[in-house]
Write a protein of this length. Structure first.
Length: 376
């Protein structure tokens, strides 16, 4: 059930976000759909001339001859899911993920375009590293003005999570490095990562405090009041420094407003998928103290997954990388605090009792962080 909840949240992200197109995110679509780098003219058209948001571009991809040739009539939903995972991550989906997406597509509850965006949004750990590397080499190919589709396919083959695979391809195809941003100017993807993480840290603080009112727990109160407030401040300092408004995601030309952020009500968020996540987790956590601590495990895992994804955004300034790395270290500590709290209540497996999606014995532990002795 929790696995399906997480997949549903990823889908909700793809459905509700009117995401502005950038060279980076349209390149990931080329990788997902065609298993190749974007051609220079095509990338310029979609980003600068089409007038479509990312969701509209994904939908339009299915009207292109290349798509129809690659996925001809008769291509089953399972075959399509397997192809997209292989294009993006060089692997097959796990059995539960394949079953979920196959059922959603066969029942026509989602179109293929939104499935593609949801899988991209859900990339984590080594998958995120592979996708980042494929995006980097794809951008370099397009930035060099190249448009040969056979070469665009060849340049992506052999790209893995190892940065050396990018270096090798750059040398082999004589590609220059593509710089996605200049000076202190952020790309749309980088602005979005700051907006998203500010709201996600706000979610953590507020859901812990609200659940603590119903099911008091030291972990909920301490993490909210002593840590999450600092995490919000770390992101907000960057938002102020870059002078961007993170409550109006359709227009980043609107500038930073501390008054607007401070006046945002508890439990309300400008990022739709964060709002959906808060509402869903609040309903789960209010049932009992154990459920509240389990929500803590879930929030911290989601936080780490998102930070892993945003840290590797192409061209990230060091300030964003450093800030998100600090946030991730805090989330590791919080995860183990909730894990220990559950074990102390008699839940021997701690966070792992929620299933493999939330069982992460590989997370680093601080000297005082513990982690319990549950089965891992």
């Amino acid at each position: 059930m929790l696995k399906r909840l997480l997949l549903s949240i990823l889908l909700f992200t793809a459905v509700l976000n009117a995401t502005p197109p950038t060279n980076e995110n349209v390149t990931t679509l080329y990788v997902a759909m065609f298993d190749r780098a974007p051609d220079s003219k095509g990338l310029d058209y979609w980003v600068k001339e089409s007038g479509l948001d990312l969701e509209g571009i994904a939908q339009s991809f299915f009207e292109q001859g290349e798509t129809q040739e690659k996925y001809p009539p008769g291509t089953t939903e399972e075959e399509f899911v397997l192809a997209v995972y292989a294009n993006l991550f060089n692997r097959q989906p796990d059995a539960e993920g394949l079953k979920y997406w196959k059922e959603e597509l066969e029942a026509e509850r989602i179109p293929r375009s939104l499935f593609v965006l949801a899988v991209i949004n859900g990339a984590m750990e080594s998958d995120a590293e592979i996708l980042n590397n494929k995006t980097e080499i794809g951008l370099a190919f397009a930035c060099d003005g190249r448009s040969d589709t056979d070469e665009a396919y060849a340049v992506i083959q052999g790209i893995t999570a190892d940065p050396q695979s990018v270096t090798d391809a750059m040398i082999k195809f004589n590609l220059p490095e593509c710089q996605p941003s200049n000076g202190d100017e952020l790309t749309e993807d980088q602005k979005y990562s700051l907006a998203y993480m500010w709201h996600e840290e706000k979610l953590a603080k507020e859901i812990y405090l609200e659940l603590n009112k119903i099911n008091p727990a030291q972990q909920l109160e301490n993490i909210a009041t002593k840590s999450e407030v600092k995490h919000i401040a770390i992101v907000q300092d960057l938002v102020e420094a870059y002078d961007i408004n993170i409550t109006n995601l359709a227009d980043y030309e609107v500038k930073y407003s501390v008054e607007e952020l401070n006046s945002m009500p508890v439990g309300k968020f400008a990022v739709p998928e964060i709002q959906e996540l808060y509402d869903a987790l609040y309903d789960i956590g209010r049932v009992s103290k154990q459920a509240s601590l389990e929500v803590g495990c879930m929030v911290e895992v989601v936080d780490i997954v998102d930070l892993d994804r945003f840290i590797v955004t192409p061209g990230n300034p060091q300030a964003i990388i450093d800030a998100f790395t600090v946030l991730r270290a805090g989330s590791y500590t919080h995860y183990w605090a909730f894990d220990k709290g559950l074990i102390n209540m008699g839940v021997s497996d701690g966070c792992c009792s929620l299933g493999s999606e939330y069982c992460h014995p590989e997370y680093p532990k601080s000297e005082n962080g513990g982690g319990g002795k549950g089965k891992r």
